[in-house]
Write a protein that binds this ligand. Structure first.
Ligand SMILES: [Zn+2]
Length: 129
C-alpha cells in the first residue's frame, strides 16, 4: 500500500472505514478477510494513480470510472451497506465526504498530478541530491 497524503489520505481512510464495516458484518470480525484486504489495496492503488491527484472529485461524481467491473460491483455493494452506517461510526469522515459530493468535478483532467507521478518525481529529486 502506498502512503497517501492530504485529500487522497482522507479518501483512503473513508474507504478503509467502509470496507471494515462491511467485512465485519458479512465476513469476519477481528480483521479484514483476504478478499477485503485485496480490495482495499486495489482501492489504494487507484487513489495513488488517480489523475486528479489532490483535486480528486468523489468517485461517485468522477467522469473517469477507473475501477474494473468486478471491483466496481464490490465497491457498490460495500458503499450501499456501509454508506448509511458511516454517519454513526465515523461522522466526521462521512460529513466530509457528503460535502465533497456537492463539489463539481474539475472539467479538465490535470496532467501529471497523480500521487504516483509526484512520488516518482520526489524519488528522482532525492537521487539527484
Ligand atoms: Zn471481508
Amino acid at each position: 500500500m502506498h502512503p497517501l497524503p492530504e485529500l487522497l489520505g482522507l479518501e483512503f481512510k473513508t474507504i478503509h472505514a467502509m470496507v471494515t464495516i462491511y467485512c465485519h458484518a458479512f465476513h469476519q470480525k477481528n480483521q479484514l478477510c483476504s478478499e477485503c484486504q485485496a480490495f482495499l489495496s486495489y482501492a489504494n492503488d487507484k487513489l495513488d494513480r488517480c489523475p486528479y491527484g489532490q483535486n480528486k472529485p468523489t468517485c461517485n461524481r468522477c467522469p473517469i470510472h477507473c475501477y474494473k467491473p468486478e471491483q466496481l460491483a464490490l465497491a457498490k455493494k460495500i458503499m450501499r451497506y456501509a454508506g448509511p452506517r458511516m454517519i454513526l461510526k465515523h461522522p466526521i469522515l462521512a460529513l466530509r465526504h457528503l460535502r465533497a459530493e456537492k463539489k463539481t468535478p474539475p472539467t479538465k483532467i490535470p496532467i501529471k498530478a497523480s500521487n504516483r507521478h509526484l512520488r516518482n518525481i520526489n524519488k528522482i529529486e532525492k537521487l539527484k541530491q
